[in-house]
Design a binder for this molecule. Structure first.
Ligand code: ZN
Length: 201
């Protein structure tokens, strides 16, 4: 009987084991605007090979067509976050708009993973006090970043790699986008390199 009980603080049995040693450096890789089968897949391959995890802030309108990628990410222990249904700026759409954009996406993700996201990232990085209040009323937290690779703009893998490696420090949250091949190129270099440098992903 006791073996069937998941103790407080333990992962449910279907999850891969994951743990973070708080005495060692750690960083969070975050990917917005996806998923896309090929790009997200390459990033997941590298995370799996290196024992890392990342957070994917998915766009709701892409969830159903990319359900397999989301399920695989979730089963690898990655966090699935919400990036609104239609990549809407939450400071522009009012409380009802935010509830609709986030709620629809949460339902779509939950239909794939069984778990409703609790983290969201504001598209464009735009927010204000009112929109953050609505996010909070939904029981969600808005997550920003500390290193912006601007990978979506220059689409240059080496520039993304250099931006990260020249700035990275313990506790950073790195922003990338898993819809560009050049971002996957950068990620599959960065994931083993950051791991080699002692960062827990
Ligand atoms: Zn975005």
């Amino acid at each position: 009987f006791a073996a069937a009980v998941v103790k407080k603080g333990e992962e449910p049995p279907e999850m891969e084991e994951r743990s973070v040693d708080p005495s060692r450096p750690m960083i969070a890789l975050t990917f917005d605007d996806g998923p896309s089968a090929s790009v997200t897949g390459r990033i997941l391959d590298s995370l799996e090979q290196n024992g890392g995890r990342a957070t994917f802030f998915v766009v709701g309108s892409r969830v159903q067509a990319n359900a397999a990628s989301i399920l695989r990410a979730y089963q690898l222990g990655c966090e699935i976050g919400n990036h609104t249904y239609g990549h809407k700026y939450i400071s522009k759409i009012g409380a009802d708009g935010i509830r609709s954009e986030l709620g629809t996406t949460n339902q779509l993700v939950a239909s794939v993973t069984g778990v409703s996201p609790v983290l969201m990232r504001p598209p464009g990085g735009f927010y204000d006090q009112a929109s953050l209040g609505t996010v909070g009323e939904l029981g969600m937290s808005a997550i920003m970043w500390s290193i912006d690779t601007r990978d979506w703009q220059h689409r240059n893998a080496q520039k993304t790699i250099d931006t990260v490696l020249s700035q990275v420090k313990d506790g950073d949250i790195i922003l990338m986008h898993d819809i560009y091949g050049t971002s996957a190129d950068a990620a599959v270099y960065l994931i083993p390199e950051l791991t080699r440098r002692g960062y827990q992903l």
